[in-house]
Design a binder for this molecule. Sequence first.
Ligand code: AMP
Ligand code: ZN
Ligand code: FE
Ligand code: FE
Length: 290
Amino acid sequence: MPVTVDLHLHTTASDGKLTPTQLVQLAASKGLRTISVSDHDTTAGLAEAQQAVAAFPHMRLIPGIELSCDVPGGEVHMLGYFMDIDDPGFQDMLAIFRAGRLARGEGMVKKLAEFGMHIQWERVLEIAGDASVGRPHVADALVEAGYFQNRSDAFHEYLGRNGKAYVERSKLTPPDAVKLLTDVGGVAVFAHPWFERRGNEPEPEQSLIETVEELKAAGLHGMEVHYSMYDAATVDWLADVARAYDLIPCGGSDYHHSGNPQEPLPGVNGPPPESVERLEEAARRLAAAR
Ligand code: AMP
Ligand code: ZN
Ligand code: FE
Ligand code: FE
């Protein structure tokens, strides 16, 4: 069956390289009918994406976001859908997260210099433009200066979770991220649950289950199952976990147009349309409870 849903996409509002309009046009060309733009710590790309989607009558956009959270020694990402993006308290929190990204990025530029890689923080800011600044922008500056071939190479030894130039920033705990989202009517979805917890080391199943149980108690509604980087066995296992915990199976390509030729394109992977209906139902219930 062709994939018609992609709920995990990034734009130039954060670390994606396509503008919201370009991304929507690409998604349309891939036959996608329901997409979500889920930028890191910002909703700034949604208005343009919505305008672009309006040119394709068969397409719809779900407002999304991706938040980064701390866990001991690792990182969990939390997606939110259908939240009230006009809530001032919610936007204030996002502004705080984005400010933390600036100090962290500058710290990484300093650390990189200690390893003989000299890039200017001002150049990173230029590359990011109006975006929520992330490690990929630092990676882009490193690639531009000739230190690496692509973003992934820069992450491998230096910018990744356990990389030599990695700098921490303060983030929410995963349950607090679920609460932040649900408080503004957002449906919280555990992103790419299988990695990013400790570097790229896969977590033991038990630890993932414990996280799911903790998040479920905090109000989690879904988790990514159909993720572009997962093999069939991982998808099957995650689908079983989602079923066991009554979580909506979500997912998508996590497309960034990163410049890496191996990056999976939008439309290669995604959840069934039924998952979108379940997300909408959850959003309706959250809205009614506000
Ligand atoms: P940040 O939001 O600044 O913590 O950066 C995290 C983002 O970096 C992720 O959402 C991905 O877009 C990107 N990223 C993480 N690991 C890698 C990698 N190994 N190669 C390329 N990009 C990566
Ligand atoms: Zn990203
Ligand atoms: Fe992520
Ligand atoms: Fe992402």
